[in-house]
Design a protein around this ligand. Structure first.
Ligand code: ATP
Ligand code: MG
Length: 354
């Protein structure tokens, strides 16, 4: 079986530690093992919830490319491309839209969570307000302001994966339901039109979901709780300084709580000296270890990891034209691959007329 890796980021901001442990580490590993690897900058998907802000999306195309290159994704092994510039993806999306019901999209846990996070579900009182201002509303129907494109993003994401016959997708845990949805599309398509696509495997990283610096369940660009792969040492120190530890650990000699303590959560993920961390936990629980010492250690660990990425990034950022050339060449390659797939798809759909 041919192994084709497809992965990507939304150009909505610079990339952070959550991306690194959730997906980027696997991307780098897989580019050596796979038969083909694609890295997509998902600007079309970013626009589904940033329609009023195209400039932000555009600016961040270069930023996410820089982050991935700085981490070690190699354009000689991985085809870098921009989603909007591959029309075959949009074409495939149109046909996939017919294979999924609106009800199924609304039940998708990723879509549900992100709709809430991005404010597309209104509280009951907001609902009532809007109801009053509208003449025609279906009784008991919740009024939401989710753009159709956003609701349907699992469908376009399936086209992102399948246009190049991707079958391995390194993603964070939050994306699992979207991959399930993709496999439903594969099954339906094959059943209706004949065997065309293979089922897709998602590959979650060692840390499937990194918590935010504020203790929120997910570090996310849109939540402002991130440590970025490009942060300076001072910024890292400041963000670590603001992290929650144990609110009852007031004096150094007080015994402290390790569970739910964000600083320990991060040390567990990023500190390679596991015995050292176990020793710190023991001291902290017994009392006698201050937050200052703990946070200084985490700052050192994160700086040690981020410093080389930051340095490579600064070097690469001096020549944006070279990055755009990489994206342009990769996009041309992605179009060629997409056209091959679309020829098969058009045949399967009986829409080859001329
Ligand atoms: P946005 O808020 O705009 O959706 P994001 O921070 O969620 O941004 P994405 O570009 O949507 O970032 O995600 C890119 C990839 O990184 C996806 O595979 C996603 O699952 C993964 N990822 C994002 N945040 C985390 C996290 N905190 N832990 C693990 N993986 C993550
Ligand atoms: Mg996201």
């Amino acid at each position: 079986m041919k192994k084709t890796v497809l992965t990507g980021d939304r150009p909505t901001g610079r990339l952070h530690l959550g991306h690194y442990v959730g997906s980027i580490q696997n991307r780098i590993k897989l580019q050596d093992e796979a038969d083909a690897a694609f890295y997509m900058i998902a600007d079309v998907q970013a626009l589904t919830d940033n329609a009023e802000n195209p400039e932000k999306v555009r600016e961040n195309v270069l930023e996410v490319a820089l982050d991935n290159l700085a981490c070690g994704l190699d354009p000689k092994k991985t085809t870098f491309f921009i989603q909007s510039q591959v029309p075959q993806i949009a074409e495939l999306t149109v046909f996939f839209l017919n294979l999924v019901t609106v009800a199924r999209l609304e039940q998708n846990p990723t879509v549900k969570a992100e709709m809430a996070q991005k404010g597309f579900v209104m509280s009951d009182s907001e609902n009532t307000e809007i109801r009053k201002s509208l003449q025609y509303v279906v009784a008991n129907e919740k009024i939401r302001n989710v753009p159709a494109g956003f609701l349907a993003y699992p469908i376009s994401q399936s086209a992102d994966i399948l246009f190049c016959k991707g079958n391995i997708v390194p993603v964070g845990e939050d994306q699992k339901p979207v991959i399930e949805q993709c496999n439903e599309i594969v099954d339906t398509f094959n059943r209706l039109y004949g065997e065309t696509f293979e089922r897709v495997k998602h590959l979650v990283g060692d840390t499937p979901r990194l918590v935010g610096t504020d203790g929120n369940a997910k570090m996310s660009k849109s939540l402002g709780n991130c440590i970025y792969l490009s942060d300076s040492k001072d910024t890292i120190a400041q963000k670590v300084q603001s992290m929650y530890t144990d609110p009852n650990h007031i004096r150094v000699e007080d015994p402290g709580q390790v569970e739910g303590n964000v600083v320990f959560t991060y040390l567990d993920v990023f500190d390679t000296d596991k015995d050292g961390v176990a020793e710190l936990k023991k001291q902290y629980q017994a009392g006698g270890l201050g937050d200052v010492v703990l946070k200084r250690r985490l700052t050192e660990v994160l700086e040690g990891m981020i410093a080389p990425i930051r340095a490579r990034r600064e070097e690469l950022a001096k020549n944006p034209e070279a990055i755009m050339k990489i994206l342009e060449a990769g996009t041309e390659q992605a179009r060629r691959v997409g056209e091959q797939t679309m020829n098969e798809v058009r045949k399967a759909l009986h829409i080859q007329y001329f």
